[in-house]
Ligand binder design. Structure first.
Ligand SMILES: C[S@@+](CC[C@H](N)C(=O)[O-])C[C@H]1O[C@@H](n2cnc3c(N)ncnc32)[C@H](O)[C@@H]1O
Length: 238
C-alpha cells in the first residue's frame, strides 16, 4: 500500500472475470464497506465491472461512473481520467474510502492503472488482486496455460500482423487478449505459423453466456471479452 496523507483510501479491487463467486474475500469485504464505488463503463450502456459486483453491493453507495468515449484517442481518454481522478480525490480528501471496481485483476492490463498513476503519489492506494482472465480462461477451457519449462507469451491481438508473426518465433505457449475485431488477422498469423489447429478460443469466460470453440471455427470478429490460447507443443500435460 502506498501510505500518503489523504485520510481516505483508494482501493483498486479485482472483482474477477465474470462469475460473481470469483471475487476474493478481501475484495468483498472492502467492496461492501466502501461508501463510494467507482468503475469504468462504455459511453452508453452497462459497466461490466459493476455488473460482476452487483449482487454483492449493499446499496446506498455513491457511484462514480468513468465513461469511455467510443474510439477515443489518447487525449479524450486522458481528460476522462483526469476528471475521474479529481472526483475520487475529493472523496479521499474528505475521508471517504473509494473502491474502484476492476474486471479481472487491476494491474493485468486494467484501466485502474490510470487512476493509480494519477492518485498514488498523494493518496493512500491499496491494490487487491483479482482472478484474472489469464487464469480464468485456461480453467474454463480445461487446458493448462503452460507446462514444464514452457515460456508463456501474452500478446494483445491489436499488434500489427508482422509483429504478431515475429513474436511467435519459437513460441511454446501464448495467450492472445483483445481479440475482438482482430480475429481474422490473428487467424491468418496462426495459420501461417502452423498453429491454428492448436488454438483454443473462449469468449466471456465464467459468464452465463460463455462460449468455447476451436479458434479455426470463429468468424471474422469476436467480442472484446475473448481470448485465444495456443500450445505449440500440443497437449504437453498429457
Ligand atoms: C483490458 S484487458 C483487461 C484484463 C483484466 N484486467 C483481467 O485481469 O482479466 C481486456 C482483455 O482481457 C480479456 N478478458 C477479460 N475478461 C475476459 C473474460 N471473462 N473472458 C475472456 N477474455 C477476457 C480479453 O482478451 C479482453 O480483451
Amino acid at each position: 500500500m502506498t501510505d500518503r496523507s489523504s485520510p481516505g483510501t483508494l482501493y483498486g479491487l479485482g472483482v474477477g472475470p465474470g462469475d460473481p463467486e470469483l471475487i476474493t474475500l478481501k475484495a468483498l469485504r472492502l467492496l461492501r464497506a466502501a461508501p463510494v464505488i467507482a468503475y469504468p463503463a462504455p459511453e452508453h450502456g452497462e459497466s461490466l465491472a459493476r455488473s460482476i459486483a452487483e449482487t454483492h453491493l449493499p446499496g446506498g453507495q455513491e457511484e462514480i461512473v468513468i465513461r469511455m468515449p467510443l474510439d477515443a484517442g489518447r487525449f479524450p481518454i486522458d481528460a476522462v481520467y483526469d476528471e475521474a481522478a479529481r472526483a475520487v480525490a475529493a472523496h479521499l480528501d474528505a475521508g471517504r474510502d473509494v473502491a474502484a471496481l476492476c474486471e479481472g485483476d487491476p494491474f493485468f492490463y486494467g484501466s485502474f492503472m490510470y487512476l493509480f498513476g494519477r492518485l498514488a503519489d498523494a493518496h493512500r492506494v491499496e491494490v487487491v488482486p483479482g482472478v484474472s482472465s489469464l487464469l480464468a480462461c485456461p480453467a474454463a477451457l480445461a487446458a493448462p496455460l503452460a507446462a514444464r519449462d514452457d515460456t508463456l507469451l501474452i500478446l494483445p491481438a491489436t499488434l500489427p500482423e508482422e509483429t504478431l508473426a515475429a513474436r511467435l518465433d519459437g513460441v511454446d505457449a501464448a495467450a492472445f487478449i483483445k481479440v475482438g475485431r482482430h480475429a481474422a488477422k490473428l487467424r491468418r498469423v496462426l495459420e501461417q505459423r502452423g498453429l491454428l489447429a492448436n488454438a483454443r478460443y473462449i469468449e466471456r469466460a465464467t459468464m452465463a453466456d460463455q462460449r468455447v470453440l476451436p479458434f479455426a471455427e470463429v468468424g471474422e470478429t469476436a467480442p472484446y471479452f475473448s481470448m485465444v490460447v495456443v500450445h505449440a507443443r500440443g497437449e504437453a500435460w498429457r
